[in-house]
Design a protein around this ligand. Structure first.
Ligand code: ARG
Length: 454
């Protein structure tokens, strides 16, 4: 390509080191779409002839279908997908092919390809996140009355419902969707026409090209258009948060499916056995999702670090953007893909959740509230209940097994209605604050998620 300037060919080892076609070939459709819009605009603006536009359009169309059908295979020796398609076009249509790159550089070309590619993939990811939110929501709807212990510090804290716990994840996933939508919106501007860095002397119609490619406008500064990869960083940040949420959920699923908890049973189809221990049923899918989270964070860090020292405008370092963002994207896609059916087929074991909720004095706050509502200041009630819990632990009984006489020994405010007040169903059912685990609140949250998904 640059034989004019060079006295000898580049070394094979350098070509191989320099090449990105191994990973950028997946953008062939976007590259062709961008070229079609660019060529059509060059024609409209009288920069190249109508006959050339026609030849380029037909040639690119054929290359596209040949690449799709497999009739044309990408030459791994080419430097990148942009050079490969241009060379293939020229091979097929001759001189007209050589006119395609008028008023364009690979710098704005790669930037447009990447934005188009990531835009499409982001839409797919949003659909996956919606499907996951739906799957979690369905489990929540089936478990509005399933009582389980809620935890802080992984110590039993207060009774909640399984629905309330699951709905927390729905809220996180809804925000993940919003973050992707935000990032996609900021990314959706066309760098084409920035050329190498300074723009061009040709009378381009940048806005027309942007519109044709579905962008909301053009990058307003040519240097910025070819230099920044903040959209990769933003998307990788979104991916990282999605993975954070999936990883916490995975951790809980792993705990819940252990014999120590046994709150859920994973479907055999999403677990594995052991090569030596015949009894084992391992939650490998959840563990892998948790494990792959580090990899996505790594991709984010790699991109940030790659960018931080770069002078404007394009530098070859930036070719590293793609492997990182593609890897992160593919990892999130795969994790969401496995998570959806794993959640759909997961069976909650309600009686184990309930039995666990019965232990651990998780109704102690409600016992203190009982005294408070009868007039005792909360701090005093807190102390009184603390002493009652200590006595129960010593006697090996739960709060509802403590005789009324013993209660009344601690405070004369206690009466027969105390047992009703600390029943798990009351603790959950009487929680009336917005967003709480109470039944009405949970129904409100379900309606909220349904509405967002719609
Ligand atoms: N393969 C290159 C990349 O991914 C394309 C842009 C090359 N531009 C250049 N001036 N060398 O970044």
């Amino acid at each position: 390509m640059w034989a004019g300037r060079f006295l000898k060919k580049s070394e094979e080892i350098a070509d191989e080191f320099n090449s990105s076609i191994r990973f950028d070939k997946i953008m062939f459709e976007e590259d062709i779409r961008g070229s079609l819009a660019h060529a059509a605009m060059l024609g409209r603006q009288g920069i190249i002839s109508a006959a050339d536009v026609e030849a380029i359009t037909a040639g690119l169309g054929e290359i596209l279908s040949d690449l799709k059908s497999g009739a044309l295979v990408v030459d791994e020796k080419a430097e990148d997908i942009h050079m490969f398609i241009e060379a293939e076009l020229t091979k097929r249509i001759g001189d007209a092919g050589k006119r395609l790159h008028t008023a364009r550089s690979r710098n704005d070309q790669v930037a447009v390809d990447l934005r188009l590619y990531l835009r499409g993939k982001t839409e797919g990811l949003i659909d996956l996140l919606k499907a996951l939110t739906r799957a979690v929501l369905e489990q929540a709807k089936a478990n509005v009355h399933t009582i389980m212990p809620g935890y802080t510090h992984l110590q039993r804290a207060q009774p909640i419902t399984f629905a309330q716990h699951l709905l927390a994840y729905c809220m996180m996933f809804l925000r993940d969707i919003g973050r992707l939508q935000d990032a996609a919106q900021r990314m959706n501007f066309s760098p084409l026409g920035s050329c190498a860095l300074a723009g061009t002397t040709y009378p381009l119609d940048r806005d027309g090209v942007a519109k044709e490619l579905g962008f909301d406008g053009v990058c307003m500064n040519s240097i910025d258009g070819v230099s920044d990869r903040d959209y990769c960083v933003e998307l990788e940040s979104c991916f990282s948060l999605i993975m954070t949420h999936l990883s916490r959920f995975s951790e809980e699923i792993i705990l819940w499916s252990s014999w120590e908890f046994k709150f859920v049973e994973l479907d055999d189809g999403y677990t594995t056995g052991s090569s030596i221990m015949p009894q084992k049923k391992n939650p490998d899918m959840a563990e892998l999702v948790r494990g792959k989270t580090g990899r996505v964070y790594g991709d984010l860090m790699a991109t940030l670090t790659m960018l931080k020292g770069l002078p404007l405008a394009y530098n070859k370092d930036m070719q590293e953007d793609k492997e990182a963002v593609f890897d992160a994207l593919e990892t999130v896609e795969k994790c969401l893909g496995i998570f959806i059916p794993m959640v759909q087929t997961m069976t909650p074991i309600k009686e184990n959740m309930y039995a666990a909720a019965k232990k651990g004095f998780i109704n102690a706050t409600d016992l203190a509230d009982y005294l408070t509502k009868k007039g005792m200041p909360f701090r005093m009630a807190y102390k009184t209940v603390g002493a009652i819990v200590a006595e129960c632990i010593q006697k090996g009984i739960t709060l509802d097994e403590m005789p009324l006489a013993d209660y009344q020994g601690k405070s004369e405010l206690f009466a027969g209605d105390v047992y009703e007040a600390i029943a798990l169903e009351t603790c959950v059912g009487k929680r009336i604050s917005k967003g709480s685990t109470g039944y009405a609140s949970v129904e409100e949250q379900i309606a909220f998620v349904e509405e967002k998904l719609a």
